[in-house]
Design a protein around this ligand. Structure first.
Ligand SMILES: C[S@@+](CC[C@H](N)C(=O)[O-])C[C@H]1O[C@@H](n2cnc3c(N)ncnc32)[C@H](O)[C@@H]1O
Length: 263
């Protein structure tokens, strides 16, 4: 992802900041599961510096606060950071920054929490080297991300209509494992699962993605406005997935991981 595409990601999330929390029930569930995996020793230490990386509206950021620790919410999107700063109470510092080029010194952070943000980065290799750099020896990163196969029904339905890319490209788990090994991390926890969300209509699914700011910014997407005829074809193609219960499924492949920088 180049600089312009990153700017588009930041602007899209910024526009979605006021609507994000209204529809982010899946994101909250993933974040709570991830919190449950953080080693208590790291989580509850008073003197720690903790980052919420890709903090978005800052829903989880104050929850990382404990006694005298320092909590910093970081996000690529200025709009998200402004929203978080205005709406979240607590002793948190808010910083606009890119996960792949963090504005923090080497060996300065004890824990990084990052939920459903790093799938928007350009390269897991660059990202994990950067996280390793800012973590202190013995520091921990707990992240959740989305894997290949996410929104597969949406992607397959569009493939019946045209050859543009309509869904972001998600990585395979082994690509992330290789990048974390290369960076020098040890894996403490790893969980993978599939979550299938249900929608009454395609319109409700696409409206929700818009309210979350989760826009397709990949190379290969169409830069033209999609015509009515094609949208209709796409909706008809998606109808094939309607279940006996009467819902349209949208699958998410989730990875939860806790990595440690060796002492
Ligand atoms: C789906 S939201 C998740 C927000 C929050 N962590 C949550 O669980 O509700 C993804 C967030 O990641 C941020 N983001 C995307 N790319 C980023 C990057 N390279 N560095 C930092 N934040 C990034 C977006 O701006 C957005 O706020």
């Amino acid at each position: 992802m180049n600089v312009i595409e990153k700017r588009q990601v930041a602007e899209s999330f910024g526009r979605a900041a006021p609507s994000y929390d209204k529809v982010a029930y899946f994101q909250r569930d993933v974040g709570y599961r991830l919190m449950g995996l953080i080693p208590k020793k790291i989580f509850l230490n008073d003197n720690n510096t903790v980052l919420d990386l890709g903090c978005g509206t800052g829903y989880f950021t104050p929850k990382l606060h404990h006694s005298d620790n320092q909590v910093v919410g970081v996000d690529l999107s200025e709009g998200m950071i402004n929203y978080a700063c205005e709406h979240r109470a607590g002793n948190v510092t808010w910083v606009v920054g890119d996960a792949e080029v963090l504005p923090f010194a080497d060996n300065s952070v004890d824990m990084i929490f990052s939920s459903l943000a790093i799938q928007w980065c350009s390269s897991y290799q660059q990202l994990l080297v950067e996280l390793y750099r800012v973590l202190k020896p013995g520091g921990v990163v707990a992240f959740s991300t989305l894997l290949n196969g996410t929104l597969r029904e949406l992607e397959a339905s569009w493939q019946e209509v045209d050859s543009y890319r309509h869904v972001n490209a998600f990585s395979d788990c082994h690509e992330i494992d290789d990048a974390s090994d290369l960076a020098g991390f040890t894996c403490l926890e790893k969980e993978k699962y599939t979550e299938v969300l249900q929608f009454e209509s395609v319109k409700m699914l696409t409206r929700e993605l818009k309210m979350l700011g989760a826009h397709n910014v990949n190379q290969g997407r169409s830069l033209k406005v999609t015509g009515r005829e094609r949208i209709l074809q796409f909706k008809q193609a998606y109808e094939k997935y309607r279940t006996q219960d009467g819902y349209l499924p949208a699958s998410y492949e989730v990875l939860l991981s806790v990595l440690k920088k060796p002492e």
